[in-house]
Ligand binder design. Structure first.
Ligand code: ADP
Ligand code: MG
Ligand code: MG
Length: 312
């Protein structure tokens, strides 16, 4: 007899990715429990005992889930959806300590499920590979095409890297704009900004943007983003399904394996010679926007994948 266990979704209850996934899981006959990480600890009550499976949510014991989907912890003042400006202005130190406590408990919770063998999309054990300075180096070491890149706060290293070619620069963490480095960016005054924070410098890739989704070792969607701007995210013009050449498809699956991800949305961009190079693999990619514009069904694939895990 197959045994259907619940699927836990960790994220904000009113994040459309969470709510629509919960609804689709319901259609698959699977119960979805949302652990609302945005309203924790104000609303959601969590209680963990010293036993690995001693996990209580809102007063009741939580059965060991069949699978866990992690959308986000909302455990940092800068996290999307978190608004603690007033709390930070009033007492930044206590606010940061509270976020750190919240983060440590939530990561501990996910770690318990990982220790119990629950499939997690994606697990804590792979998170150390996600920062781009290690991620891209691991891909490069595995023989995968990545752009020449420099993460640095060293002005002279930037000048050497930029000599004689077009260079893009962007935040180390991501989430900010990508811009082309100009002659005005190589002055002493401008490069002094590197004393505040390091920056990513990368060979500028002038070609098309491709987004590929992989779930449980299979490509479930690939799209091309057509835009005239350097950074596609605020400048989307058209998104259309894009069939990957077999070699690139194999590379995408290999990149997913190298980083140990069960599920990912990755960005590739074509260089001047026509090679698609990996910009990044995201461990909790958004997908509803691509489904809406390109007619893909990433939501359905993800729901069926989680349901499959919960049934086995
Ligand atoms: P993020 O984590 O912020 O999404 P990405 O590395 O995916 O970071 O960069 C965001 C976008 O900026 C890319 O999808 C691409 O459109 C553009 N971009 C990033 N790096 C380069 C580059 N080296 N050359 C040209 N465009 C780039
Ligand atoms: Mg990213
Ligand atoms: Mg990206």
């Amino acid at each position: 007899m197959t045994h259907i266990r619940p699927v836990v979704l960790m994220g904000a209850r009113d994040d459309a990715h969470v709510s629509q996934l919960a609804q689709r899981l319901g259609q698959e006959g699977v119960v979805a429990h949302v652990v609302d990480t945005l309203t924790f600890p104000e609303e959601t009550h969590l209680a963990l005992t010293e036993q690995l499976d001693g996990i209580h949510v809102n007063g009741g014991p939580l059965k060991t889930p069949g699978a866990v989907y992690l959308r986000g912890y909302h455990a940092h003042p800068l996290a999307f959806g978190v608004d603690v400006r007033d709390e930070m202005d009033a007492d930044w130190r206590t606010t940061l300590v509270a976020f750190r406590e919240k983060s440590t408990l939530l990561r501990g919770l996910l770690g318990r499920w990982e220790a119990m063998g629950v499939p997690i999309y994606n697990p804590e054990s792979t998170s150390w590979r996600m920062p781009k300075p290690v991620q891209l180096a691991l891909l490069e070491q595995a023989g995968l095409p990545v752009p020449e890149t420099l993460w640095t706060n060293d002005p002279s290293a930037v000048r050497r890297f930029a000599a004689g070619r077009r260079v893009a620069y962007k935040p180390v963490e991501g989430g900010g704009a990508t811009l082309e480095l100009g002659p005005g960016d190589l002055t002493d005054a401008r490069l002094a900004a590197l004393e505040a924070a390091p920056v990513t410098f990368q060979t500028l890739l002038p070609g098309e943007d491709i987004r590929v989704y992989v779930l449980d070792g299979e490509i479930i969607a690939s799209v091309r983003i057509l835009s005239h701007a350097l950074d596609f995210r605020r400048n989307e013009e058209r998104v259309e399904p894009f069939e990957l050449p077999p070699k690139v498809a194999r590379q995408c699956l290999q990149a997913t394996r190298v980083l140990g991800l069960r599920w990912t949305g990755m960005d590739l961009k074509r260089d001047a010679e026509g090679t698609l190079r990996f910009l990044e693999l995201n461990d909790s990619p958004m997908f509803l926007g691509f489904d809406a514009r390109a007619g893909t069904d990433i939501l359905g694939h993800l729901a069926r994948g989680l349901a499959r895990a919960a049934r086995s």
